[in-house]
Design a protein around this ligand. Structure first.
Ligand code: SF4
Ligand code: MSK
Length: 661
């Protein structure tokens, strides 16, 4: 029998095998044992009332099957889809709410440990909100920004989320025409739950349109609010070096790992970790130092801004503990496997839940409180130090690690294409028009133990850049690329097609740009809007030679993201089986109907070769519709010469001696 490959990342595979030899179960083993329920998997099970659960199966289920209440299969599948979107939107947006209230506390002087780090970004966001900022105290501007953005969560009556107007006019017109401009985040989520309750909305198209409205509330409000406020509080990312994989853990230092999604505690730990008192305390316990690392999206947040190393994405969480080197692992919210509590029992690792919203039975809870932020951060560091001498059980020590360049924000991408005084998207648009860059793919979403995890990300990343497609990545997609060593400029030299390679060399960037955590998919929306505004491509997001791919998705958050991209005009391809496969009608609406209305679509395709072919086909068809030069590898049209970094610095030095961006 052929040996099963669990993970395409060799370091992860080694730990899984070590775990199997040592009788330690991981998500990979459970994925093998726990086959998905075939009825639920394809969206044919309804359990929204206690006359059910009803299974809408059979030969002509689409036309004939009925639940006890008479609901049809398309109704049930569409309701299931809408509930997934609502849950995903709620998750991103509740995280955003925490960020908005933190900004308000900072503005009101209620929390001393946080500050406004990026005033320029604050002013930029104030500008989007029509808030006057010239000559006003920064805290007053911050208060107005926070207060206005908090309105976006619970607005009643008429009105729209503020950032919807950051989309190109034409994109907004499509939303208006189909009635899907979100009014407020909580309202769309509540209405989604209302409409899917027994006996309310039964029209699949109508349900799915509300799904798009709810998803837009995630992308253009919740997630965008989170990204912007995180930039204001902790700095807008710019390229930074880091490292990825399990080799980031140090044998002779205290290893503290932050995992989850919210950056508040993690940022405080970054702030205190070098304090001499803590270092001396660590040394008193025999450690040479204190080493901070991350996992999943909390890792992405601190990697993007401080170069803190990452142990990888979702499927690496239990494996991190199995190195035997993690002294404390803090978890906040989202994508946290409760199974870590079990694995941790076999080692000395202390898992600590830190959010008031999330506890795990048997796991220590130390609640984060923004009013005592640094104090709590120091307590966490001390707990890790105290636990260092308890390392007894030898785990699977892995030394693999790869350099990573992360930290690409919209602001930095503009800057890198023209400098502070001529920031623009012109060079990228020109390179696409000339066929040097064939198109852009957002490669995002989770890694998944049901396939050799990270394998689909690796395959698509290498094939796409070979085909001159620039990749922007987020979330565990970035972690998958980082732990494979793909997030470096050298990757372009070795693997990119000739056109993309030239562009990457001229600007000095990797062919895969790490844009941040899952919530930072909102950066892709604003980048696409900026490209539309720049001219020469599509004048809306729809119709761009751009595609979204989430090849190993597993979370409802990924579904919400896929839907906000589709509604914004981006064709999206998810890997794996479709969660609404049972209904042809629902599938048709999410592909053909959405494409006709919004120029975006949501496909599910398990075959990675087909995902690649579909993505390239979408890109080439968009190029053709825009009457751009036909893409031919190695043959480019004329375009303006890209300025390299040295030339740009010269211009800027002449304009202003000190340079921020
Ligand atoms: Fe069955 Fe209808 Fe109840 Fe769903 S709402 S469980 S289809 S009776
Ligand atoms: S962590 S949602 S596994 S990307 Fe943002 Fe990763 Fe998916 Fe969670």
């Amino acid at each position: 029998m052929e040996k099963r490959v669990h993970s395409a990342t060799p370091a992860s595979e080694k730990i899984v095998e070590w775990g199997e030899e040592n009788k330690m179960e991981t998500c990979f083993d459970r994925a093998e044992k726990m086959k998905p329920c075939p009825i639920g998997r394809e969206g044919a099970c309804c359990k929204v009332c206690h006359m059910g659960p009803c299974r809408l199966v059979g030969k002509n289920a689409e036309e004939e099957a009925r639940g006890v209440c008479g609901a049809t299969l398309p109704t049930v599948a569409a309701r299931n889809m809408l509930r997934m979107i609502a849950a995903g939107t709620a998750a991103h947006s509740d995280h955003a709410r925490g960020m908005a209230y933190t900004l308000l506390s900072v503005a009101n002087g209620e929390t001393k440990d946080f500050k406004i780090t990026d005033v320029r970004k604050l002013y930029r966001v104030a500008g989007y909100l029509d808030i006057e900022f010239e000559g006003r105290p920064v805290t007053d501007v911050a208060r107005d920004v926070a207060t206005k953005l908090i309105e976006d969560f619970g607005r009643q009556g008429r009105g729209e989320v503020y950032f919807a107007k950051r989309a190109p006019k034409k994109t907004q017109e499509r939303w208006k025409k189909w009635g899907i401009v979100p009014r407020s985040i909580d309202r769309e989520v509540v209405e989604a739950m209302h409409r899917t309750c027994i006996g309310v909305d039964h029209d699949p198209d109508h349900l799915l349109l509300h799904g798009l409205r709810t998803a837009l509330a995630d992308g253009w409000a919740g997630s965008m609010i989170s990204t912007d406020i995180t930039d204001i509080l902790f700095g807008t990312p710019m390229p930074v070096k880091g490292e990825a994989s399990f080799g980031i853990f140090k044998e002779d230092e205290v290893n503290l790992v932050v995992h989850g999604h919210e950056p508040l505690l993690a940022e405080m730990i970054v702030d205190v970790i070098d304090e001499p008192d803590l270092l001396a305390y660590a040394q008193s316990k025999g450690a040479k130092g204190i080493n901070l690392g991350g996992m999943c999206c909390t890792a992405n947040e601190v990697l993007m801004r401080h170069g803190i190393a990452t142990a990888g994405g979702f499927t690496n969480q239990e494996l991190g503990i199995m190195t035997g080197l993690v002294d404390v692992l803090t978890v906040d919210v989202q994508c946290i496997m409760p199974a870590m509590a079990e694995v941790a029992k076999k080692f000395h690792t202390k898992v600590i839940t830190t959010s008031e919203k999330a506890k795990i039975p048997g796991v220590m809870h130390l609640e984060f409180d923004e009013h005592r932020a640094k104090e709590i951060a120091r307590e966490v560091v001390r707990l890790a130090i105290d636990n260092y001498p308890n390392r007894k059980v030898t785990g699977s020590h892995i030394t693999d690690k790869f350099p990573v360049i992360a930290g690409f924000s919209q602001e930095y991408i503009e800057y890198m294409q023209g400098g502070q005084w001529r920031a623009s998207f012109r060079p990228l648009n020109d390179a696409i028009m000339a066929g040097r860059v064939r198109g852009v793919v957002g490669l995002a979403g989770c890694d998944n133990p049901r396939v050799p995890s990270t394998g689909l990300h690796r395959f698509l990343a290498t094939e796409l850049i070979k085909n001159d497609v620039l990749i922007v990545s987020t979330g565990c997609g970035s972690a998958a690329c980082g732990t494979a060593g793909y997030l470096t400029p050298e990757m372009a030299l070795e693997n990119a097609g000739p056109g993309l390679r030239e562009v990457c060399e001229a600007i000095g960037i990797p062919p895969i740009l790490h844009l941040g955590a899952c919530v930072d998919n909102s950066r892709i929306l604003t980048i696409a809007s900026a490209m539309a505004a720049e001219g020469g491509l599509s004048d809306e997001i729809g119709g761009m030679p751009a595609v979204g791919i989430a090849p190993e998705w597993m979370s409802e958050k990924a579904i919400a993201i896929g839907c906000y991209f589709a509604a914004s005009g981006v064709p999206v391809i998810f890997g794996g089986e479709s969660p609404v496969e049972a209904s042809k009608e629902v599938t048709r609406i999410m592909t053909d109907v959405w494409f006709e209305r919004f120029k975006g679509a949501l496909h599910f395709e398990p075959d990675p070769e087909k995902i690649l072919a579909m993505a390239l086909d979408y890109i080439d068809k968009a190029r053709e519709a825009l009457k751009l030069k036909k893409y031919e590898p190695g043959k480019f049209g004329t375009e303006k010469v890209l300025m390299d970094m040295a030339a740009r610095r010269e211009i800027e030095k002449a304009a202003k001696p000190h340079l921020g961006f």
